[in-house]
Design a protein around this ligand. Structure first.
Ligand code: HEC
Length: 142
């Protein structure tokens, strides 16, 4: 009973959704003219935690799941914000790309905790090759 009341009660704690209607011109997809396929993969698998605009699913808004997601978003954006990517120094962009490639190759990203519920965000081997190839080309052009 206490748990049920508690569960209902926490649903009224105000939330601060990570949402924005504008995409800055420094966004990696816009700035570097990413092909549709790359844009789709990044938005679908990474942007929920690495941009200013999370595409919340209904269950993401239920607490305490919401708080877990919020924590991932805050920590994710702090490390890497794709919306601001082109505003980073060239040196930082290159080091982030290096990290992106290794995180994808090692299956560290997207986070397991996230793909458990967001199955469509899982990258296939082919997706991984497509993203890492594009990232390598971008890195070499910087
Ligand atoms: C569920 C949220 C979430 C998703 C989705 C997600 N990330 Fe992350 N990412 C994080 C968090 C949290 C961190 C920081 C803590 C850590 O490394 O685990 C992070 C860290 C990183 C870092 C490390 C940055 C650095 O400077 O070392 C890279 C690179 C990265 N993510 C790339 C990606 C890519 C590429 C995708 C999509 C394929 C992705 N992430 C999807 C949450 C997420």
């Amino acid at each position: 009973m206490v748990l049920v009341v508690g569960f209902i009660g926490i649903q009224f704690v105000p939330v601060n959704l990570n949402q924005s209607n504008t995409v800055p011109k420094e966004d990696i997809i816009l700035f570097y003219n990413a092909p549709k396929e790359i844009a789709g993969l990044l938005k679908n698998s990474c942007y929920d935690c690495h941009s200013n605009n999370t595409n919340y699913q209904w269950f993401n808004k239920i607490k305490p799941i919401y708080w877990l997601m919020e924590e991932h978003i805050i920590d994710g954006i702090e490390e890497l914000n794709f919306n601001e990517f082109a505003s980073y120094s060239k040196r930082r962009q290159k080091s982030k790309i290096k990290s992106i490639i290794s995180q994808i190759k090692d299956d560290e990203m997207p986070l397991d905790q996230y793909t458990l519920m967001h199955r469509s965000a899982i990258l296939s081997d082919q997706d991984k090759i497509v993203i890492t190839n594009w990232m390598e080309t971008l890195r070499d052009s910087l």
